[in-house]
Design a protein around this ligand. Structure first.
Ligand code: SF4
Length: 517
């Protein structure tokens, strides 16, 4: 017999399976300082960042114990969605007391996914007090640092890269926490947006390339840090600004009085390297990241795709009897880009309609697989249904954000064919994905990516997917759709170009070692 806990975990894992594509955003982080309901606000923040990680969630709060005259860190974390992990409200009101807190949503990009030890925030008690950390991103010199620390006698509790940062801070010989952090972050490389909680401070640190988004806001006399502005919106906090790439911001009681956050720019990059995929897929369209609204950029992306790969015309544009060509989105991730695509396309092609041809279930639970049944096919059917009357006898343009392995999209096309459309035309709002991400997104291996199969031929991929035409947005047109400033803004495009802006030698050496083992 399975325990209730095992049953819950199994249900959650099934939900996780349905919730996202086969690329997963890594994590979401939240931190709040100086609010009597810090844990509750952190919970809502995590809820608004659920799309950034559905595997596990956790909160650490800092409470001052009057009787003992010292600070105490309370922790609650578990596997599953935020709603499940914090299903009992007493966890937030009784267990996680305190005026400051940090939280984390996890999708594992390093470390074994099932290990409870790997769930963040991590908390340690070291000679100067308590320390807790939430990290979004991936370090790229993990193997070097881990080996070095282990040789010096460090014992690791987890298999994640994030724990390395805690050890570097705790081992630093510097005096103040600010200097300890500067010492630690001078040694790490890669992508990181990090919230650190100490007994009396909340500190935000971001890598010099600003790979992952990171914002700062206020609510009355409180300060908040979060991965995206949706976490500020849900608690009615005001956005102040982004945490700058290479910046450390310290919030403590003096800042509450003076309203002047302490800022230290500790590393400078010639140009930022924001993750361009955040604009395509990972971030929510109602967020603002990298100082721009995702909705606006995503519409631009759809617009450029429409210019490069317009929809087909009717067989006879003059024939009013012939039904219009329809443009549909794959809910929910391509909704906004589809609007951009359609609004541009209709300027040249009046015989066009935007329609809802696919309905996505938001209440997907587990599936019961019978022997011999195709699991993936069932999952697509449970997640999506077709609106037959809309699709029947039409030329249909499907707008989707990316193709990873292509298996799910192929099944979706098969499902749409059941409505007997005249033709199916696929439009993708990103270039072909050719390389994995080492900066905090979980991708399949290079070999598994469909763009590296079928001899890399778009025509062969089209045939495999079973559509009448296939158009990917080019990298040039993608770069043309995102905000750009000559002085500082640039993007990581490595998964489309194979050009990694931050060295991945350490990761590759480890991969080679494992292969040779
Ligand atoms: S490799 Fe792709 S997903 Fe990873 S940071 Fe670069 S653009 Fe983003």
């Amino acid at each position: 017999m399975k325990s209730d806990k095992e049953r819950l975990l199994r249900r959650q894992n099934h939900f996780v399976d349905f919730y996202t594509k086969s690329i997963h955003s890594n994590c979401g982080v939240v931190g709040i300082y100086n609010h009597p309901e810090a844990a509750i606000l952190t919970y809502y923040g995590l809820h608004a960042l659920q799309h950034r990680g559905q595997e596990a969630a956790g909160i650490v709060s800092c409470e001052y114990l009057e009787d003992k005259k010292k600070h105490h860190f309370n922790v609650h974390k578990g596997s599953g969605l935020v709603l499940d992990v914090f299903s009992d409200e007493l966890i937030l009101t009784e267990d996680l007391k305190g005026n400051s807190a940090i939280g984390h949503n996890r999708y594992s990009t390093t470390g074994a996914s099932g290990k409870r030890n790997n769930i963040q925030p991590f908390k340690v008690n070291y000679k100067d007090g308590n320390l807790a950390l939430s990290h979004n991103g991936n370090l790229t010199n993990t193997n070097y640092l881990r080996n070095k620390l282990q040789e010096e006698g460090t014992i690791f509790q987890t298999t994640t890269d994030s724990e390395i940062i805690l050890h570097l801070i705790a081992k630093s010989k510097e005096k103040s926490i600010e200097d300890k952090l500067l010492d630690a972050f001078s040694q790490v490389e890669g992508a990181y947006s990090v919230c650190i909680l100490t007994d009396d401070k909340l500190i935000a640190v971001r890598d010099q390339y600003g790979v992952r988004p990171f914002v700062m806001g206020t609510l009355e006399d409180s300060y908040i840090f979060a991965s995206e502005t949706t976490a500020l919106d849900i608690i009615s906090a005001d956005y102040i600004r982004d945490v700058e790439p290479g910046e450390m911001i310290i919030i403590d009681k003096d800042v509450i009085k003076t309203k002047q956050p302490k800022s230290i720019i500790f590393k400078k990059a010639e140009k930022y390297k924001h993750c361009i995929f955040e604009y395509i897929y990972f971030s929510r369209p109602d967020s603002q990241i990298f100082e721009e609204k995702v909705d606006k950029v995503r519409r631009n992306i759809g617009k450029n795709l429409s210019i490069e790969h317009p929809p087909p015309k009717k067989d006879n544009p003059e024939n009013d009897e012939e039904k219009k060509v329809i443009v549909i989105n794959v809910p929910d991730s391509s909704n906004t880009a589809t609007l951009g695509y359609f609004n541009q396309a209709i300027k040249d092609n009046k015989n066009l309609k935007h329609e809802i041809g696919l309905i996505r279930s938001h209440y997907v639970g587990r599936t019961f697989i019978q022997p011999g049944q195709d699991n993936r096919k069932l999952k697509v059917k449970v997640k999506f249904n077709i609106v037959k009357g809309v699709l029947n006898n039409r030329k249909v343009v499907i707008v989707d954000d990316s193709i990873v392995r292509g298996n799910t999209l192929k099944l979706l096309v098969e499902l749409i064919k059941k409505a007997n459309p005249k033709e199916i035309h696929l439009r993708i709002t990103s270039p072909p994905i050719v390389s994995p991400c080492y900066y905090g997104m979980d991708f399949p291996s290079k070999e598994e990516l469909i763009a590296n199969q079928h001899n890399g031929s778009i025509e062969e991929i089209r045939k495999y997917l079973g559509v009448d035409s296939l158009g990917y947005l080019s990298l040039d047109k993608l770069l043309d759709a995102v905000p750009y400033t000559e002085e500082k803004t640039d993007y990581c495009t490595a998964c489309f170009s194979g050009k990694y802006p931050i060295s991945i030698d350490d990761v590759k050496n480890k991969e080679k070692e494992n292969f040779e083992d």
